[in-house]
Design a protein around this ligand. Sequence first.
Ligand code: CP
Length: 308
Amino acid sequence: MRLRNKDMIGLHHSTVEEINLILNTAEAMKGIINRQIKKVPTLRGRTMVTIFYEPSTRTRTSFELAAKYLSADTVGIAAATSSVSKGETLKDTARNIEAMGADVVVLRHPMAGAAALLADTLKASVINAGDGAHEHPSQALLDLYTAREKKGRLEGLKVAIVGDIMHSRVARSGIWGYTKMGATVRLAGPATLIPKDVEKMGATVCANVEQALAGADVVNVLRIQTERQQQGLFPSLREYSRMFCINRERLALAAPDALLMHPGPMNRGIEISPEVADGLQSAITEQVTNGVAVRMALLYLLIGGGAR
Ligand code: CP
């Protein structure tokens, strides 16, 4: 089996079979990153270019490491130091990158739809590394991978997603991914940060965080995206923390063996307390490791031996 499209733009249109294929391929890739010599020739002669119009630590670095572990050549472009700062458009930037021989372009952009626009423009594969508040599929895939690895299944899991749902591409991709794989998703956050139509995606909006957490198998805490907030969506960070911060008392409402996840970067003491972020139930560091494996799988399936 192969992925149907040359691109990975989001999980909205991915099938259960495709998600399983990516997760199973990532399992094989994790075997490579656990070796002392983390290098296989799978993507020798292939080139990945990352274009990031927004900051990133985890996504960008893990795509670069994933490509390197598979022996691909990699080049990274940051918008601030490229000709974007002279006014070059996204399409022109990408066409020039493709003309130099890129096989896959990994794009992070503040506008929803930017990755889909590039995918329509380029013959090269495009991977969406986050487009505005739309989707961040590789993050959701690594979350699914981590939950499946730790819980042994996704079907039937109760997943709570807590925080700023409205601005979160991680939440949107997560809702599509978890619900497709048979998990139930409960959402909690300030009413002003819950989009009106989110239940149409298959999630349930809870009246409060305690309701979302009750008996949950997986607790996904979202970052408060202060850079995307318009004024007045919640009273203050202090108030937010008082009502929604996942701390020891709140985590105790979830299942005793509940898994705690956060996509990073964390605002410690605001949406998550240090005691649980660094506690025994936290899978946050493992999420980051699994992110490399999942991104290796995506590169292999899109531009390697597993490509269509
Ligand atoms: N989770 C995530 O996308 O992190 P970065 O912004 O550091 O890539």
